[in-house]
Design a protein around this ligand. Structure first.
Ligand SMILES: NC(=O)c1ccc[n+]([C@@H]2O[C@H](COP(=O)([O-])OP(=O)(O)OC[C@H]3O[C@@H](n4cnc5c(N)ncnc54)[C@H](OP(=O)(O)O)[C@@H]3O)[C@@H](O)[C@H]2O)c1
Length: 294
């Protein structure tokens, strides 16, 4: 039985993927930020999927210390063999206004990118043991985006869309860099492009105008259940399929900028500093958190 961790499993794409993976026979460890929504999601999966093996962990991934605590709880659940077959870094959101996390980082950058970066690092040895997969929920909005190096956190002139697009480009760079740096690790990274999906994402940390736009716009989207099939595909294919970016169970074209190794390396190193960690070869090291790059 495969064990899969999925973040943002309380609604939308993450919930549908958690249910589809449980139905496909996987043991699913879901992460959500609200205890109540974790319980509701867990109950919904248990009632729809006979014999589902699902556990939920409550953690607000905007906080690095909560990411670390969640990783500790996951590791305990992975005992005795310690194998993790897939980590799906899916949690994400859109924030209309400039907000910062408890660590002082811009929220979209922190939740959509840094949380997945740190969780992957913490669970890396478990993924290696299983020859596992790291899957990000990306977006076509990474196309034509660039890393805003002068002010990665958009603290001076915040722009919701630019910050969101940047965070989705970060998912691409991180997946690409993991595959480059750790080609011999047995772990493979992928990014899913879900397309436009009917979820509540645009109605959560957003202004009234964004909410109204999203309500209309998302009606044209596909269902989260349709998107969930791509996660089941990427987790279950043996051997792992070639390619980085997948849409509807097929490799898809991504922005050529993602192949820029210097940018990917620079982002990787910045993310290490912001999380206070360092991926080194096969070993993992931690050091004091420092945000002096900002
Ligand atoms: N919908 C689309 O058209 C679309 C298109 C491209 C990419 N995406 C990506 O798809 C992913 C999932 O989004 P969705 O559309 O399914 O939206 P969603 O229904 O709002 O789901 C987002 C999930 O992430 C969780 N989450 C958000 N912030 C969190 C935090 N700080 N800590 C822990 N969990 C947190 C949410 O928890 P709550 O239930 O508590 O809110 C929810 O479970 C995101 O990465 C998004 O960028 C979506």
């Amino acid at each position: 039985m495969k064990t899969i961790v999925i973040t943002g499993a309380t609604s939308g794409i993450g919930f549908a993927a958690a249910k589809a993976l449980a139905a496909a026979g996987a043991r699913v460890i879901g992460i959500g930020r609200s205890q109540q929504r974790c319980e509701a999601a867990s109950e919904a999966i248990m009632s729809d999927v006979q014999c589902a093996q699902t556990v939920f962990i409550c953690a607000d991934l905007s906080s690095l210390s909560e990411v670390n605590a969640a990783a500790g709880r996951i590791k305990a659940l992975l005992e005795p063999d310690g194998c993790l077959d897939a980590l799906i870094n899916n949690a994400g959101g859109v924030c209309s206004g400039y907000t910062v996390t408890p660590d002082g980082y811009e929220t979209q950058f922190a939740v959509n990118h840094l949380a997945g970066f740190l969780l992957t690092y913490r669970l890396w040895e478990n993924l290696k043991k299983a020859g596992g997969r790291v899957i990000f929920t990306g977006s076509n909005s990474h196309k034509k985006a660039r890393i805003h190096w002068r002010d990665v956190m958009y603290s001076r002139h915040y722009n919701t869309l630019m910050a969101y697009k940047q965070s989705k480009l970060c998912n691409m760079f991180f997946a690409k860099e993991l595959n480059r740096r750790f080609a011999d690790s047995g772990v493979r990274a992928f990014v899913v492009d879900p397309g436009l999906v009917k979820t509540a994402i645009g109605g959560k940390q957003t202004s009234g105008i964004v909410q109204a736009f999203w309500k209309l716009h998302s009606k044209r989207g596909v269902s989260p259940e349709y998107v969930a099939k791509t996660y089941v595909y990427l987790v279950s294919q043996d051997p792992a399929p070639d390619g980085l970016y997948f849409h509807a169970c097929r490799p898809a074209a991504y922005d050529k900028h993602v192949d820029n190794e210097q940018e990917a390396k620079r982002l990787f190193e910045l993310s290490e500093r912001l999380c206070g960690i360092r991926f080194v070869g096969s070993a993992v090291h931690g050091f004091a958190n420092s945000n002096n790059m900002l």
